[in-house]
Design a protein around this ligand. Structure first.
Ligand code: PEP
Ligand code: CO
Length: 468
């Protein structure tokens, strides 16, 4: 068991914060770079490259999060557990974008709310691990090597040289994030996400018999109705609904490697304070949110909206201390609490947190991550998640918010636009025996295309009925 997290800490004044003030905090990093000169060179290079996102976009997302806090918008966040550099490929990126667009359409229709889409895209390359090392086979001998910490840190093949942390991967990660984002921006600018033409986003296997026929018909009917409705409004007003021609799309990743995050943290002209310009919404993972740790120190000083994962051991006092640290001025749109409790624990763990935050009048956006508390292993040791557990955590979360009279403003999924077999269950009936058919993820199992769309329908149905 980990010791409980502290609930008090004296912070230096805001003036004493700077993008590198986290370095003064002792931290047991689970990996170490062998060559400090190379780390310094990578950091220097990252510091001079252009930003990936702008403060305008970040501020716009902050306004969207503010609206979601008041129940006037919904946030859909999703993507890979770990992006990899080799998967920076147009068809994979387009498919992930398509599934998020399709899911958002289902949610817009079911919730009668605008939906903001945030990808775990363009920088989700660093992974926390439960153990710093792992043992495996090195040329016929059992050996112990550093774990794989994601493509931003080291390489996945189980060889001594691949597992050495390489600072130049920080620069490669940035470059691949830039390529990913460039492709997404051009797709969106080119009309790919035009709500008048939802058929543009249909994935090739939308026609696949695997997708439940009723769902398929429901989706087709819904997207046609939406496009017809838009045209009708435009005919009435004799103008085009401009917002409908391209949707906003934002990026997010876990801000785990603070060298990467701080190297691109800058002041921008005509605005106060610092922005992390690698992404719109960086978040702090469950394993690195200690109040006296370097991650809280770094995150408390940036203007971006920030997310923090909230697991089942979090106490109300600890959560309030985190809120004090990350959003001391109680700004709207600033802080996203991503609850990841697990289907079994959520009904017990979430309500005390909801009511404490509510009774103290703190402005936060509550989201649900029904993935990270629901990991299991098959009898043969394969990591998986059960669709029913994911759905059950969502349902219990919706229930807890309804009881507490608080707002569930978004959901966070690990998913892909491909036909992978990593999570079991769903209407297509992926079984444990199917997992070996197309298991691609190097980290956590993701919902495949059908499972993701099905979940969007089920969630929209459950939340829609709570709203009416
Ligand atoms: C993740 O989002 O991939 C992750 C590791 O989550 P958590 O920090 O909630 O365990
Ligand atoms: Co994960």
């Amino acid at each position: 068991m980990n010791p409980p997290n502290p609930t008090t800490r004296t912070f230096t004044t805001p003036d004493a914060w700077h993008p590198d003030s986290w370095r003064a905090i002792a931290y047991d990093e689970p990996y170490s770079y062998p060559d400090q000169a190379c780390v310094d060179a990578a950091r220097a290079r990252l510091g001079e490259l252009p930003p990936l996102v702008t403060s305008w976009e970040i501020e716009k997302l902050r306004a969207h999060i503010g609206e979601a806090q008041s129940g006037d918008r919904f946030i859909l966040q999703g993507g890979d557990c770990a992006e990899t550099l080799s998967e920076c490929r147009p068809e994979l990126i387009a498919n992930k974008l398509k599934i998020l667009l399709q899911m958002s359409l289902v949610m817009i229709h079911g919730l009668r709310l605008p939906v903001t889409r945030i990808g775990r895209f363009a920088g989700q390359y660093a992974k926390p691990r439960s153990s710093a090392t792992e043992s495996g086979d090195c040329n016929g001998q059992v050996c112990e090597l550093p774990s794989y910490f994601g493509d931003l840190i080291n390489r996945s093949p189980f060889t001594p040289s691949d597992r050495v942390p390489d600072p130049m991967l920080l620069v490669s990660g940035y470059q691949h994030a830039a390529m990913t984002l460039n492709f997404i921006r051009s797709l969106l600018d080119g009309g790919f996400a035009d709500l008048h033409h939802p058929e543009y986003w249909n994935l090739s296997f939308f026609e696949n018999a695997d997708l439940d026929a009723t769902r398929k018909a429901e989706y087709e009917h819904m997207s046609r109705t939406l496009a017809d409705g838009l045209r009708f409004m435009e005919n009435l007003g004799e103008q085009r609904v401009e917002d409908a021609h391209s949707v906003d799309f934002y990026t997010s990743h876990e801000g785990l490697n603070l060298i990467y995050e701080s190297a691109q943290t800058r002041k921008v002209p005509r605005r106060d304070g610092y922005y992390n310009l690698t992404t719109h919404l960086p978040w702090i993972g469950e394993r690195t949110r200690q109040l006296d740790g370097p991650h809280i120190e770094y995150f408390r000083g940036i203007n971006n909206p920030v997310g923090v994962k909230v697991g089942p051991t979090t106490t109300p006092d600890e959560l309030i201390a985190l809120i004090d640290a990350l959003n001391p001025d109680d700004l709207p749109g600033k802080l996203v609490l991503i609850a990841r409790m697990g289907a079994e624990g959520v009904a017990e763990a979430l309500p005390p947190l909801l009511s404490r935050v509510q009774s103290e009048g703190r402005t936060v956006l509550w989201m649900s991550d029904p993935m990270h508390g629901n990991g299991t292993k098959t009898t043969t040791g394969i990591k998986t998640r059960n669709f029913d557990a994911i759905l059950s955590e969502l349902e219990r979360t919706v229930e807890a918010h309804a009881n507490a009279e608080t707002t569930l403003g978004g959901v966070h999924f690990e998913l892909t636009g491909e036909d992978v077999t990593e999570c079991v269950g769903g209407a297509a009936g992926v079984t444990e025996d199917d997992l070996s058919r197309n298991y691609v993820s190097l980290c956590d199992p993701r919902l495949n295309y059908q499972q993701s769309l099905e979940l969007a329908f089920l969630l929209a149905g459950r939340m829609g009925s709570h709203q009416s």
